[in-house]
Design a protein around this ligand. Sequence first.
Ligand code: AHG
Ligand code: MN
Ligand code: MN
Length: 345
Amino acid sequence: MWSVQDQRLSARSAFISDSMEKIGTTLTQHIWQEQKTHPQSRGSLSELLYEIALVCKIISREVNKAGIAEIYGLTGEVNVQGEEVQKLDEFTQNIFVNILGHCGHLCALASEEEEGIVNLSKEKELGDYVMLFDPLDGSSNIDANVSVGTIFSIYKRVTKKGPGTMEDLMQAGNKQVAAGYVIYGSSTMFVYSTGNGVYGFTLDPTIGEFLLTHENITMPDKVKNYSTNERDYHSWPEGIRKYIDEIKKEGKVSARYIGSLVADIHRTLLYGGVFLYPSTEKNPNGKLRLLYEANIMAFLIEQAGGRASNGQKNILEIEPSELHQRVPLYIGNKEEVKKIEDFLH
Ligand code: AHG
Ligand code: MN
Ligand code: MN
């Protein structure tokens, strides 16, 4: 005969084991499992990814209460891109530099929001990796409560010691050891790859954990949407106008454009389709930045079976020449991107 105490304990352990099944894999566990596939790894990249996830949880909290916390709106400053700096841009930039700068796993950091290399020379401990990031992507959408995101790209340093240099930061996208984004939308999702598939984790704010919800994401074959800002139609290359004209004439592919790269790519990755930010007469290299926007999306899309091109070549093969260089971006279903490249030739 079980005592009341025994019955309570067995009910409790049944509940815990049941809820543990429901929790599934956390981001931390997944990163650790990925690390175990590299026996020689000392865990530095894993710890760097944990720190990034921590920063993005803090950003998620701030984005989700920005209106209350009065950090919506403009700071009145203009950044190196000549764009108005949103308060949240500044907040996210600072928190990344403060937490990642001290984590001891980086020897250099570069951001959309800073002209040059973020100076880590006063750090007591420098690491073997460099990170380039867009702390808040789509920030012009913040005040309209439209999804925004964070984008990050990680490389192994190529110089031997001391503070990282431009040589460490300006490597081709196919040298990335890890890349990902966080989308702050109806839920907060962490999407990343270390070259072994793309995995999506949804934040459960009640326990502060990112939980695996999208295992080994693979792009659907069907081209569901095309995504581009048609404002520039008349100044696109003729091949792009012809491509979009053909899509519209067939009338089978829906137009979807949010204006936040992270949100537009997240939808393209999950639903299938193409995203285009072409060159224009005014901006022959388009608007998007190679090192902390295009390269990351290209890495992820390729891992999911898609393709990313600047119209001539694979984005990941471009050897960077400057930190904030822009690049035309055609990205999504592999066959569709190849079709766009054909239209351009
Ligand atoms: P950011 O907010 O980091 O400057 O990035 C904005 C980018 C990108 O998120 C988006 O795809 C693109 O700007 C939208 O540009 P248009 O407004 O010209 O369409
Ligand atoms: Mn951006
Ligand atoms: Mn940005």
